[in-house]
Each structure stands twice: as C-alpha cells, then as structure tokens.
Design a protein around this ligand. Sequence first.
Ligand code: SF4
Length: 389
Amino acid sequence: MKSSRVQRLKKAEKLTADGWSEKNGMKDFEPSEIIVEAGSEGSPLYRNLRKAFPDVPFTVVNQTDAHGPAPFASQDPFGDGKTRLVLTRHKGDFLKKCPGSDGQLCCNYFVVNFASNCPMDCSYCYLQEYLGQNPALKVFSNVGDLIEETDRLLSRHRRFLFRIGTGEITDSLALDPYIGFSSEVVPFFAEQPNALLELKTKSDRIEGLLGLDSKERVVVSWSMNPQKVIDADEPLTASFEERLTAARHCQEAGYKLGFHFDPIVEYPGWEVDYREMVERIFAAVDHRRIAWLSMGVLRNTLGLKRIMRERFPSTRVLSGEQVLCADGKMRYFQPLRVSMYRKMLGWIREASPTVFVYLCMESKEVWRQVFGFAPTCEKELGNRLVAYE
Ligand code: SF4
C-alpha cells in the first residue's frame, strides 16, 4: 500500500520518540513500489534492490518516459514521488560541470548524477522547484556507463585533479544500503590518481562504505546544522549526533571528511547553537582528516518560497528578511551574511587554524570581506581546494 509523505513523517516522529538508535526515519525507508525499466534487470543495483525489498512489488515496464511514471494524483506530487522508486537507464552524459550560480564564485566541481530526487524531505530543498515537473525518485541502473564515461574523462586529462560529487540532485548515501552504489564506484575512484570523489549526505547510511578501501580518494561529507534546525526543517534525515558518529566511523575507516555548513539559518540565538555545533564536530573528529569545509547561508527563489509555504506552512526559515541577488536567488542582506560567515569562521579557526574553508555560491565581494581575499578565478579556487588533498 502506498505510504504518503504525511504517513512517513508521522512514522519518523514516532521513531524519534522511541530512541536514539531508531531515530533516523531513513532506516525504515521502504518504497511503495519499484518500477523497473525493461533491460535494467541485469544491473547489480536491481539485484541489490530485490534483496533489500523482498516484499515490495516490482513492476517491469517497457519504457519510462523522461518524467518517470505518471505522477500520483495527490495534493503533494513532489512529496509522494519520493515514495515510489524507479530504476531506469540514464540516457545522455552522467558527468557535468556543477552549474554554480551566475556571478558567484564557483569551486570548479563536477557532478555525476546516479539518481534523481531524494527520500528525505528538507523544507528548503531546491529540488522541490528544480524537479517539480519530474519528481519521481529515480536511480540509474547503468552504473557501468557512468564508470566508463568518468574513466574516459580522467584518462584524457591526467594532469588535472578532478573533484567529483554525486550529491547535486540526490543525497549521495541515503539509498546506498538498498542499491549498493558506493560499492560499485568507490573501488574505481580508489585507483584514480587524478580524482577525488565526494559523497555528500544528511543520512548516516555509511555501512556500505566501511569495508571498502578508498585509498584516500573519497571524501565523505555531511551537511551539518544544529539539532534545532534539523528537527524543524530536515524531516527524515539523520540527527546531528548520528551524522557525527557516522563521520567518526568513516574517518576510522580511512575516508577523508568534509563538512558543509549549508544552509546556515539565522534565528534568535543562532550563534549559540552554531558555535556549539562547530565545537562538537572538532571535538569528535581529527581536523587533519578534514579535506574541506564550506559555508553558505540559506538561499531560495520566489518560486521555491511559494512551494515551501504550501508544503511546509509552519517552517520558520521563511521568516527572516531576504534580498534578491544578481543571480536571481534570495539571500540575507549582505552585511548580515558577512557577519554570520565571520563568526562561523572565527569559531572554526579557534578549533583548527589550518582547515580549508570556502564559501558556496557567494560573490568575490563577500569573499574579500570574510577572508580578506578572493580567488581570482574558479580555477584558483579549485586548485586551492585540491591542494589540501
Ligand atoms: S537531504 Fe538534500 S537532497 Fe535530500 S531533501 Fe534534504 S536538501 Fe534535498
């Protein structure tokens, strides 16, 4: 039977009340149905899904169109799209340059999309607008093509060090225990002399990573927020403690770590919560194993705000004043952003004077005010990032 988003959120609340080990709603992710495009049955991901979900109905269809199966006739097609999983071949290129944002400094990052949409449901998630017409939760079965394409790119440019991430239009790890994607790609990246793979997540589903030898070519990174923000605006994600424990386990298993303080949300008393968050992270992990930290304040568009009001009417993240920036995104007023970044940077520097920190989707002007310098171009920022590897 199809479980609606509301049912899933209720389930997550119930689990939260039950205790630490079951706190993460993602531990109970179970799609109502799995739709398989004919031809995907030979994929290791299909076999893994079969094993993970023996009681879920699988329907093989001859062709899924670009938008996946017909959307649910529901008041919340985006939320309900997350409850049905589609396994299909990816047509076209897997790899692309991170689109960044007009006029903002970009960190020269490549993204590889192995899936689309995410089983978690953050109130501010830009996918609600970006995938609004295409909300099906999709996983791409042709991982072999993804690896071949990446191999071709890396082999052609051996003198360039690539940073490649998988968390642009999905969470890198939330589905991993069910599809086993990491066990397909980590061994490949472990052998690449000129690439770092970043797996970015708000889950704690690292079990598939722990037995693999990444040979220091894989960075596992967490988007971090104080528990107050997680409780209010990041439904179905892992708690702060769970993310931190997972990070520690990954560090022990030989992975490099990353942390993204993004989105930083301003509210009365935010300084106390964010300072404590930074201190707890640095007390728990070895700062010398952190490849990079990023900071970015909450940003959205007018369209996303409209969707958030409908889907999350009680969210408080819409209450702060925001201004329209040159790239069409709304952010806090620049002096407030600069002040927030400086405070965050100060707390980070108290814990680690050397860890590499960068800003996500901010202008050179903001960079200068926060760090006293701005990279001259995207290439320089990319080089600074990989210089830390
Ligand atoms: S974890 Fe990331 S991709 Fe998933 S809902 Fe939250 S913001 Fe969106």
